[in-house]
Design a protein. Structure first.
Length: 312
């Protein structure tokens, strides 16, 4: 399958490109603002393009290569998405429309759009399936949901099979040192354990999250490219929920096993650390599992790999 990945040099994109290439896909990548100078990584691509995803004229030229599939990953992060609406939508929303409009006229068969679990809002309860009520609580979630609806329109009104993947909280070592990933909570706590010899939480530890390793995200992408159904939404999640305090304790334990050094866990705001006070929910991934997905990385295994990476 001939695949174009947007955001190919980003944290998630760089991992996906490398994985798909290893799995025999014909991968091309859209990079911005530059193509990483890494010959080993570059060797897995058929072509690499230095292109702003907002540049429609350049996209039209690239579309002439007639790709069978696109994996669209480009998005501002949570904080950047709080900026001016015109700029935020120019990155998070309009390119989805432009890509589908341009490439659907050039033989595109499948469009895999990366959305987010954040479209459900903050107060999650019970089993969260793909038809759980939408409750966008911030511009990051809102713009992703707008793009989801653009995908649905093209899934209904073009020959392109449009698939939406709502990602939970990915983690793991980056392909490139400058990838914007160390603010992610698992990555942050592992790096703090190694670099600072302590873990300082930004909350009381009670918030709940579903953490999925980057390698499992890559596995999910391969499956969705091959088997994902038109106008279907799939959760890319581990299916397991942990509190931030439980995560910190796992990092603490793995770090001790590795180094025999004991490190403390505290809260920077002076609050007492708390166990979850809300009922645990579950980000259901059974729809993806029916296609053959099975997470390979437990949280402990992923933390061990990440700590090893930071120690190197």
């Amino acid at each position: 399958m001939k695949v174009l990945v947007t955001g190919a040099n980003g944290y998630v994109g760089a991992q996906i490109c490398r994985y798909l290439s290893q799995q025999g896909f014909r991968v091309s990548g859209l990079c911005y603002p530059q193509i990483p100078d890494n010959k080993d990584w570059q060797s897995g691509f058929e072509e690499l393009f230095m292109c702003d995803v907002r540049d429609t004229e350049e996209l039209k030229k690239i579309a002439e290569r007639q790709f069978e599939a696109i994996v669209h990953l480009v998005s501002l992060d949570h904080h950047q998405s709080n900026g001016e609406p015109a700029f935020v939508s120019s990155v998070n929303v309009t390119p989805t429309w432009n890509l589908l409009d341009i490439f659907s006229k050039n033989g595109l068969k499948k469009f895999l759009y990366f959305s987010t679990i954040h479209v459900y809002g903050k107060n999650l309860n019970g089993v969260i399936t793909e038809d759980y009520p939408i409750n966008c609580a911030n511009p990051y979630a809102l713009t992703h949901y707008l793009s989801e609806n653009i995908c649905r329109y093209y899934g209904q009104n073009s020959d392109v099979s449009c698939v939406v993947a709502r990602l939970s909280n990915s983690y793991g070592p980056p392909v490139f040192p400058d990838n914007n990933c160390w603010w992610l909570v698992v990555n942050d706590l592992c790096r703090s354990a190694v670099k600072d010899k302590k873990i300082v939480l930004q909350s009381d530890g009670s918030p709940l999250r579903d953490f999925i390793h980057g390698r499992d995200v890559c596995q999910a992408v391969k499956i969705l490219l091959e088997k994902g159904e038109n106008n279907m939404t799939y959760h890319i999640s581990s299916g397991n929920i942990y509190s931030i305090l439980e995560l910190a304790e796992k990092v603490q334990a793995v770090y001790f096993q590795r180094t025999k050094e004991e490190i403390s866990i505290t809260c920077h705001c002076g609050l007492d650390l708390q166990s979850p006070q809300k009922a645990r929910y579950k980000i259901d991934n059974s729809a993806l599992k029916t296609l053959g997905f099975e997470p390979e990385y437990t949280l402990e295994k992923g933390i061990k790999m990440l700590i090893k990476n930071v120690l190197q």
